[in-house]
Ligand binder design. Sequence first.
Ligand SMILES: [Zn+2]
Length: 185
Amino acid sequence: MTKLVARLILAMLILPVSGAVFVFLVFVIFPMGGPPALSQILALWLIEYSIIAAYWILLWRSTVRWNRGRIVGTLLVTLAALLVGMVGATTVFEMALAPIPIVALIGGALVPIIWVLGTVLVWKESAQERFERLNSYGTDAVCCPICGYNMTGLKEARCPECGNTFTVDELFTAQSERQQELEQS
Ligand SMILES: [Zn+2]
């Protein structure tokens, strides 16, 4: 299994993992019988968010090009996610007149969804960055046509990063296309 495939599988596992953490926390934090208090809901979300954020950041940290824009972007996404959660909670409260703890439970569920989707957008490598990365390998480098991994020196035409296999023709075509791109810039 390649590193990229392992990461994608772990990325999809964030759903069942956060679900399992949620169920576990409900049993630990909530009292037997009786409605939950607002403080318990907030504690539940605080722990749940911390675990989701730690999982997601540890998973992608080494692949993200951290610059000022991405760090600020990540903070803005965090604020936006919290804001959406609050707006969602307020809407549920006004429309259904549900009790405050229930409202906090529903609104709180929106936060990690928005945050994860937002980080995907903010952390993604831009076309310019991909170009610069490929450029930094020099024109002699053979790169994977799919993910751009530097395949120079490998004994087989299989990319160790994304797992795709290529014919020599395909690598050759991609190589000359990239050289043209570099020359034009
Ligand atoms: Zn690849």
